[in-house]
Design a binder for this molecule. Structure first.
Ligand code: SF4
Ligand code: SF4
Length: 358
């Protein structure tokens, strides 16, 4: 059965009990058969966002557990995976990130799958993937997603300060990138130093592999012409003085993110499935280390083999349920539809879809 362009849907809301949502998710998996793309004997990377500390919008471990157990029934060995972040926090390094995932309930006991967060600094954990993009010819991706036999994206569909909204395409494009890959996508907004927070400790200068950071007249300066975008300095500064100015610039970030998505998805043709949770739809993404309030009513859970169709269907459904484009209202300078159009242009899927309510 070909499911390309078909998007399956079950209504679900946070006001339903977790057991009720699990039941509907189980029905969605069984009747859509999107998980049939996983072959017995494969390992399956289940790409998920474990949520930053204090965040409550992320996909719940109970729901990840439903999907992982279906994959096990299909004869696969699933693992839950994410990559480390550019910004400083509990998801910057693998040990802290895994610990936080466990604290949020993503344990082998609860989900039937190990939590994997590869350390970018270790040789072999980052792969250079050749792509034919307008911005990139090489994408730096966490190799764990490429080595797995198949890929399942479990994404929270919500707003985003840089991309308007984010679902399956963002989960893969930004979420499977190494930290260097993430910074390359944000390259128009290279690291900057907050001089008010800077203690002058010189750790960033020592950490920079490109000698792009130096001290001048007592101030730390980043030479953007030398910067290779590795993001090491962000992690090295324990004072949180180096960061990315997320709120400005980055107008091409959606196209760059899609080129990165292509690096993973074109290698997983016929072996990838996408499940989006349009519930607890927040203004910002799950990287926000706090409880971000919802901006739209809960819609439900979507499943497809097409990452473009599923994100478009979610976007349309949320706009319909709000009676207005709530994402444009939340982020007037961002047009999230750019990512969908560019993904269709790159051959990742179809802008047209058939919505099948189960
Ligand atoms: S590591 Fe941070 S605090 Fe130390 S000099 Fe660099 S920017 Fe300043
Ligand atoms: S991102 Fe990497 S290359 Fe650029 S300034 Fe920071 S440490 Fe240096």
């Amino acid at each position: 059965m070909s499911c390309a362009g078909k998007v399956y849907f079950v209504k679900a809301s946070e006001s339903d009990s977790v057991d009720e949502v699990k039941k509907r998710l189980s029905k969605l998996c069984d009747e859509s058969r999107v998980l049939d793309c996983v072959k017995g004997g494969d390992t399956t990377a289940v790409k998920i966002h474990f949520g930053d500390e204090g965040n409550t919008g992320h996909v719940k471990p109970e729901y990840a557990g439903v999907v992982c157990r279906k994959l096990i029934e299909n004869g696969s060995v699933p693992f839950l995976a994410d990559t480390n972040t550019l910004y400083r926090g509990r998801r910057t390094n693998s040990a802290d990130h895994i610990k936080l995932a466990h604290e949020h309930g993503f344990t082998k006991k609860a989900c039937g799958a190990e939590v994997v967060v590869p350390d970018d600094a270790k040789r072999g954990n980052v792969a250079d993937v050749e792509i034919d993009g307008s911005f990139f010819k090489i994408a730096k991706v966490a190799s764990v997603f490429l080595r797995a036999g198949s890929l399942v994206s479990l994404a929270h569909f919500k707003g985003h300060m840089m991309t308007g909204f984010g679902g399956a395409l963002k989960n893969i494009g930004m979420g499977c990138a190494s930290r260097e890959g993430k910074l390359a996508q944000h390259s128009e907004i290279a690291p900057i130093v907050d001089l008010k927070k800077c203690e002058g400790c010189m750790e960033c200068v020592k950490s920079c592999p490109a000698d792009a950071i130096y001290k001048k007249s007592g101030r730390i300066v980043i030479d953007s012409s030398k910067c290779i975008g590795c993001a090491t300095c962000i992690a090295a500064c324990v004072h949180g003085a180096i960061g990315v100015p997320w709120e400005s610039g980055g107008m091409k970030i959606q196209e760059k993110m899609i080129e990165y998505a292509s690096a993973v998805l074109l290698k997983k043709k016929g072996k990838a499935a996408f499940i989006n949770f349009a519930m607890k739809i927040t203004k910002e993404c799950d990287c926000l280390a706090k409880d971000d309030p919802r901006i739209a009513p809960d819609v439900g859970i979507f499943a497809s083999l097409d990452p473009v169709s599923i994100d478009r269907a979610c976007y349309d459904a949320v706009v319909r349920s709000c009676g207005k484009d709530i994402f444009k209202e939340a982020h007037p300078d961002r047009d999230g539809s750019k990512q969908l159009k560019y993904a269709a242009q790159m051959g990742l899927g179809s802008l047209d879809y058939e919505l099948i309510e189960l």
